[in-house]
Write a protein that binds this ligand. Structure first.
Ligand SMILES: *[C@@H]1O[C@H](CO)[C@@H](O)[C@H](O)[C@H]1NC(C)=O
Ligand SMILES: *[C@@H]1O[C@H](CO)[C@@H](O)[C@H](O)[C@H]1NC(C)=O
Ligand SMILES: *[C@@H]1O[C@H](CO)[C@@H](O)[C@H](O)[C@H]1NC(C)=O
Ligand SMILES: *[C@@H]1O[C@H](CO)[C@@H](O)[C@H](O)[C@H]1NC(C)=O
Ligand SMILES: [Cu+2]
Length: 175
């Protein structure tokens, strides 16, 4: 019981830090908890589900990796993520159509750069051709914050296109 409570507290703290909401008034906020938040289903249940193995999750679900979808919200609703889980980024390669938007995937190193969509020191992990077919798979291996973003148009996709999200993978489904 002690471990479980400490763990849940830890998860909450990590989530708050991760989302930069620690200094805001989130207690009564549906944006933080999500609509219809409820102890007996959804977000919490994921922490308590010891039976599932590593997940392979398509980022954005049926929206895939594209401009204008709220990936922060997606990450909030599809977490928690654990070390060993894999994220799959699916996006179409560039075409001759002037309306096509090529995408990419970067890992941004700091929270501050992530908030500002500053990609100067970010690490490119997938180029515009890598999201085709089965998509680009990134396995969460380390216990640290991961800040993902699209690197196209000098941060515009990250900023205006909402193509960014933070994940802090948890150690394991221990109980
Ligand atoms: C925080 O939000 C709650 C619920 O919306 C509200 O009752 C409370 O007054 C707020 N507190 C501050 C300090 O804004
Ligand atoms: C919480 O979820 C459970 C299971 O889905 C449901 O039976 C219950 O009515 C919900 N409670 C509230 C307050 O929404
Ligand atoms: C718990 O894990 C099982 C096995 O993967 C899965 O079928 C079930 O939907 C999960 N339940 C929740 C609430 O995530
Ligand atoms: C995206 O979702 C997050 C979390 O639900 C929310 O805080 C944020 O305001 C949303 N952004 C936009 C532009 O709707
Ligand atoms: Cu993009």
């Amino acid at each position: 019981m002690g471990i479980r409570n400490e763990f849940l507290l830890f998860v909450l703290v990590v989530s708050m830090l991760e989302l930069g909401l620690a200094n805001k008034n989130f207690t009564g906020s549906p944006e933080f908890w999500g609509p219809g938040f409820n102890h007996t289903d959804g977000w919490f249940q994921g922490h308590l589900n010891a039976t599932r193995g590593p997940r392979k999750i398509i980022v954005g679900g049926s929206n895939k990796w594209g401009f204008g979808f709220n990936y922060t919200d997606w990450a909030l609703k599809n977490g928690p993520f654990y070390i060993g889980d894999s994220l799959v980024f699916k996006f179409d390669p560039p075409t001759s159509d002037p309306n096509s938007h090529p995408h990419s995937v970067y890992l941004i190193r700091t929270y501050r750069s992530f908030m500002n969509c500053d990609l100067k020191k970010a690490k490119k992990i997938a180029g515009s051709l890598d999201g085709a077919g089965q998509g680009f798979t990134f396995r969460l291996r380390t216990w640290r914050p991961h800040y993902f973003a699209c690197g196209e148009k000098n941060g515009l996709h990250c900023n205006m296109g909402l193509m960014k999200f933070p994940i802090f993978p948890l150690i394991s489904r221990w109980y």
